[in-house]
Design a protein around this ligand. Sequence first.
Ligand code: SF4
Length: 61
Amino acid sequence: MKTPVVDLGGCILCKVCVELAPHAFQINDAGFVEVLSLDDYSDKDTLEAIKNCPRDCITWE
Ligand code: SF4
């Protein structure tokens, strides 16, 4: 199963991913984007969030 990974070096904390797929991405206590643990990341909202990241810094692992 593929898992999204956020390149924090590229992330500008615009929160687009969190807004589009709050079940998959959140801002953690340290103030960084964190990928939440899901069994499946292939739902429409998660894919849309990855596609709309303005920095293209969410990749698959
Ligand atoms: S959409 Fe991309 S740049 Fe914006 S907060 Fe999420 S990971 Fe960071």
